[in-house]
Design a protein around this ligand. Structure first.
Ligand code: FE2
Length: 600
């Protein structure tokens, strides 16, 4: 059975194709259209998926949309009526969006793909989140907790899933919390207040939180209180997101927290104002953590299950996930590589396959690489036409050459195999660098990523030796598989891992299994043999405001426009002219007295 899943029209559209119960490919529209967070109907993504599988639309058995447009329309209409007359300005806009795109989605799909209306199905938004979280995790029974800003009505839902020995699958929701009471919207309100982009920059709030202290806890707790049934409710007097599209917070919010941050002014931690913003971030982060840890603990007691699957955009908050693992009682916590709305395309298709059609249970490969493959020969052609220095290597020789580059302090743009689904570079579209010095972090911030200096960079380390450098609790390596947790860098290594150690001594590491990305794993080992340690700085291969690169041409264009020294795609290595060749002092210092893999 061939099922296409689609997410669209909110943010981060995507398509995914499931054939005979197993995903075969998936890609976000932004990676193909090159518009970051592209919310358009994902025509390019659909076209690529069908082409990849070699099928025409009429071969599809079903096309599944990741939410129920009428329920969403119902929510928008109800909120607008409740908020009237305050909503009179925004209602026509919401109506246009809903009527034009969401409500008539069946017609849009039918006309674009030429599939009959009877083949078009809908899942509930949180069912899609729950399905991708549970059905892609290597577990047969688990509790499921999904949290996001909002879908139709649900903003948080708890339930459980089971893959039974007879091949049937169940995913049940126990209860949900409904809009406008939303942890995602609470966090997004602070994201807006702190001068960042809603639905895009929430991770900056998490990064900023480490610079502050939760001195404003009392104030944040005025915005949200726990209800006797174990849920929570927002005090809506402090918010406006439910009545207008213009602003998330109300004047009462400003009375409580002070003037919002001007997005164009840098944050100065030496100034009282800068510290206030960091304290705000730390306080809302703490409240988010405490609320979700409490709810996960209740879910654990209620289900008695050892495994928990997390879904929804809030599951990208690694600090929350790590506290849930440590404090809720669950032994294993699974977060898919795309817990947000892009992953819903795959979730919707899997949900339809297992639940709607009742097809037999199948294992889903446990990796994030569902997108287009990169073509090294395309890079070689482009770079040669430009008169660049191009070399093509055998596999082992390439890895060794790149390890030399990294040990010499060069920054490497690394493209390998199929593109990741989700916001994280997990080894196929990465910018790699030596992780040792603060200068390298600053260089990446200034010359390559052009981003705020307070944001941390992440490390990648072979799973076999991850706990040597990082303080991982039981279950920590699973969370670190897709960079979904934040863990302390061991004190004795912090001075040699300055570029990836956040101000609070932690890192959002990726613990890499050799089978998942063999070439990057081999590179980590080759780098280790050069006398350093098997840890590299790994940041997504994109510039600020752009989506992660997909094809060789985008990698090459990014390479030309920033301070990356070396670009790799497939077997091809391109070296930028006038790159540094001298080995920096710090790398030489690190090379002394550290055992390589052969000696360990
Ligand atoms: Fe969502």
């Amino acid at each position: 059975m061939k099922i296409l899943g689609i997410s669209a029209h909110y943010h981060d559209s995507a398509a995914a194709l499931v054939i005979d119960g197993v995903p075969v490919c998936a890609v976000q529209e932004e990676r193909l259209s090159r518009h970051k967070g592209d919310a358009a109907f994902p025509l390019l993504a659909i076209e690529w998926c069908l082409q990849r599988a070699g099928i025409e639309p009429d071969a599809l058995d079903a096309v599944v949309f990741y939410e129920r447009p009428m329920l969403k329309f119902d929510r928008i209409l109800t909120c607008a009526l409740r908020a009237f007359p305050h909503s009179w300005r925004t209602f026509p806009q919401a109506m246009r969006n809903s009527l034009g795109e969401k409500v008539w989605i069946r017609g849009i799909i039918s006309s674009h793909l030429g599939v009959p209306g009877r083949k078009i199905l809908f899942t509930e938004h949180h069912q899609s989140h729950a399905a991708v979280a549970f059905l892609t995790a290597p577990t047969h029974r688990a509790a499921i907790l999904t949290t996001d800003a909002v879908g139709e009505w649900a903003t948080l839902s708890v339930g459980h899933g089971e893959r039974l020995p007879n091949g049937t699958t169940t995913i049940r929701s126990l209860r949900e919390i409904r809009f406008p009471h939303s942890l995602g919207m609470l966090y997004s309100t602070f994201t807006a207040y702190l001068g960042f982009k809603v639905n895009e920059d929430e991770y900056k709030v998490m990064g900023l939180a480490a610079f502050g202290r939760p001195t404003l806890l009392e104030q944040v707790r005025k915005l949200i209180h726990r209800t006797p049934d174990g849920g929570f409710a927002l005090d809506l007097d402090y918010f406006e997101f439910h009545t207008t599209a213009e602003r998330c917070y109300s004047s009462r919010f400003i009375e409580l927290f002070g003037a919002p941050r001007n997005p164009y002014e840098p944050i100065d931690f030496e100034a009282a104002e800068g510290q206030r913003f960091a304290d705000c971030a730390a306080s809302v982060q703490r409240v988010l953590e405490d609320t979700l840890v409490g709810m996960a603990r209740t879910l654990h007691q209620e289900t008695g299950l050892p495994d928990l699957c997390l879904g929804g955009g809030v599951a990208l908050n690694g600090v929350v996930n790590t506290r849930i693992l440590a404090e809720s009682g669950f032994e294993r916590v699974f977060v898919p590589p795309a817990p947000g709305d892009a992953g819903c395309a795959m979730g919707a298709a899997l949900y339809a396959d297992r639940i709607h059609f009742g097809n037999p249970d199948r294992d889903v490969p446990d990796h994030p690489f569902w997108g287009p493959p990169v073509d090294g020969s395309e890079l070689a052609r482009l770079a040669r036409e430009d008169g660049q220095f191009v070399e093509e290597f055998e596999e082992g020789a390439l890895v060794n050459r790149i390890a030399d580059d990294l040990a010499a302090g060069r920054v490497v743009g690394w493209m390998d195999g199929a593109l990741e689904l989700g916001p994280r570079a997990l080894g196929h579209r990465s910018i790699l660098a030596a992780p040792h010095t603060a200068e390298m972090r600053d260089r990446l911030n200034h010359e390559i990523k052009y981003r705020e200096p307070f944001r941390p960079f992440a490390p990648v380390v072979p799973i076999e030796v991850a706990d040597r450098y990082f303080d991982l609790p039981p279950g920590g390596t699973r969370l670190a598989r897709f960079m979904s947790g934040v863990f302390p860098v061991r004190r004795e290594w912090q001075s040699r891992l300055q570029a990836i150690t956040h101000v609070d001594g932690t890192a959002r590491l990726q613990a890499l299994e050799p089978e998942m990305a063999p070439r990057l794993h081999a590179l980590l080992e080759a780098y280790w043999r050069r006398g350093g340690m098997p840890v590299l700085l790994n940041t997504s291969f994109n510039l600020a405001g752009e989506p992660i690169v997909n094809r060789a041409v985008e990698g090459y264009s990014t390479f030309l426009r920033c301070g990356i020294d070396v670009l790799v795609a497939g077997q091809t290595r391109v070296m930028k002219r006038a790159s540094p060749t001298a080995k920096p002092k710090e790398e030489i210092a690190c090379s002394r007295g550290v055992a390589g893999p052969d000696a360990d």
